[in-house]
Structure formats: C-alpha cells, structure tokens
Ligand binder design. Structure first.
Ligand SMILES: [Zn+2]
Length: 278
C-alpha cells in the first residue's frame, strides 16, 4: 500500500512547551503510538526562511529566503514538486507564504485564497490565509480546529498522498505574551486538545503524521537568532518508519528528504541532508 503522510507545522513552539504542555501528544509517546525527537532550525531562525528550508531541504544561504522580507517563489525542487513527479496528489492548508514559496508569487488574494488544480506541478489543493492586519494585539489567525477540519476534508475529497498544514496561532501568542504565563499554558493545551480530536482520524485514514514547528521562541517571545530556545522544537512521528535514538538532535534540513523517503518519492540532487526515518 502506498504511504500517505501529513505534516503539521505549529509555528513558533519552543521545545520546552511541547514537552510540558502537549499532554495528548506526550501520552501517545508514552503509549508507543508516537516517537519524539528534538529538531533544530537553521539560521536565521525566522519563519519565512524556515518554511523554505523545511520544504526544500536547503538552508537560507542556498534558497535565498534570508528574512521575512524576502517572499518569492523558491527556485528549488521541494516536497510538493517531488510528490507530484511521483504522481501523488498534494494539498496545503497554510499561511499564504507557503503558496508563494512553492507555487506562485505574488499571492493574489482572490485567485489564490483557495484553489483546486489537478494538473499542478506543485500544490493541487490549496486553502490559504494571509493574516492581513496582524500585529502585536490582533493575531488575525484562523481557528485551528477549522484548519484541521479543512485538511481532513481535503484528504477525504481528494485522497491526498501528501498534505501539509501550518498555523501561526502559538507563534503569535508567544510574541504577544511570552512563555511563562497562563495565556500560553492555556493556548498550548487548547492546541493539543484540538489536534488530538483529529489525529486518530488521520491515522485511521491511513496517514503517517509528523507534528512539529518551524522554530522555537525565547521566553520573551523572540526568535531569529542562535539561542537553543529560539532554534529548538520537538518533532512527533506517528508511523511505521524506524528512526534514530531518542536523544538525537535532528537537522531541520533533513525533514524534506525524510518525508519524500517515507512517501516512496525520489530525493532530488539539490537535497544533501540524509533522511532520519527509514
Ligand atoms: Zn515561524
């Protein structure tokens, strides 16, 4: 049977928050359903550069997205393009930058807010949001349960072989409140509970699932630099692949080739990192 996989990226969740607040995910680690590792973002540990690295398997110094001020089509093979070459159907429920990096840029709000393009060489089924108006006090983020439901709907309707979901809720909460406060405690627990409402369903539909972040955050809610609090986050894996020892620190650049390997797709020559799952 062909492997199918979902990548869930919760933006800006530092390693400590995953391990202390995500009780449902941690419960599945304890029960043996999931495995967890620490993963380290590249530099700069900013969102745009990390998204481009996650999906292209290359560092910012190669793909050219060196800050959140450089939003462009990444001219490298990525997970979407390689799944398409192998005949798989792709889907994305994410911030609009993902569409710009891996499909087309600039983002036309009406044309690109949602599209179904069966012949696409990148994203076949896209559902995006722009967070227009986002600032410190107004997150402008969608409800995460709605995003999870949208991804589930795409999986059911279009039999996605690979689907990715990305949400900025916790990154925005961190920038707003930091990480030693009741607001963040609650936000993490709520995210964990909403995710837990969908994960068993995705597994029952035959999907392997990776839940992770793009980067961490400092206690003050900052990221971009070299601090381990800014760079490190957890990666949870639900599936049949074998991985390294639990104390391994994974390289973010290894995520793209790992996904492609699990899906049985060829890994392009542009990707130098080795997969961490076999
Ligand atoms: Zn981010």
């Amino acid at each position: 049977m062909t492997t199918k996989l979902l990548l869930i990226v919760l933006d800006g969740v530092p390693y400590a928050n995953w391990r202390r607040y995500f009780g449902c995910l941690e419960g599945w680690v304890q029960s043996g359903e999931a495995r967890v590792w620490k993963m380290r973002a590249g530099l700069p540990s900013m969102s745009g550069p990390c998204y481009a690295s996650i999906h292209s398997g290359n560092p910012p110094q190669v793909h050219g997205v060196l800050s959140n001020g450089i939003i462009k089509r990444v001219e490298l093979p990525d997970v979407f393009s390689e799944v398409r070459k192998a005949g798989g159907v792709t889907g994305a429920v994410a911030h609009s930058w993902w569409s710009e990096f891996f499909n087309r840029s600039p983002f036309d709000m009406v044309r690109d807010i949602e599209y179904d393009e069966p012949e696409s060489t990148s994203i076949n089924h896209g559902r995006f949001h722009t967070m227009t108006g986002y600032d410190h006090n107004n997150q402008a983020t969608p409800c995460d349960a709605d995003l999870f439901a949208t991804l589930t709907s795409l999986c059911q309707r279009f039999d996605l072989r690979y689907g990715m979901l990305h949400t900025c809720t916790l990154d925005s909460m961190g920038h707003r409140f930091g990480h030693e406060c009741g607001e963040m405690d609650h936000a993490c627990a709520l995210m964990d509970a909403m995710l837990a409402g969908f994960l068993p369903r995705w597994r029952a539909m035959g999907y392997e699932v990776i839940v992770t972040a793009d980067h961490g955050q400092s206690l003050r809610g900052h990221h971009g630099g070299t601090g381990e609090d800014q760079r490190d986050f957890a990666l949870y894996y639900f599936g049949d692949g074998a991985g390294p020892k639990g104390d391994a620190v994974l390289d973010q650049l290894a995520l793209a080739p790992t996904i492609l390997k699990r899906l049985g797709c060829a890994i392009p020559d542009s990707i130098k990192a080795a997969p961490f799952l076999t």
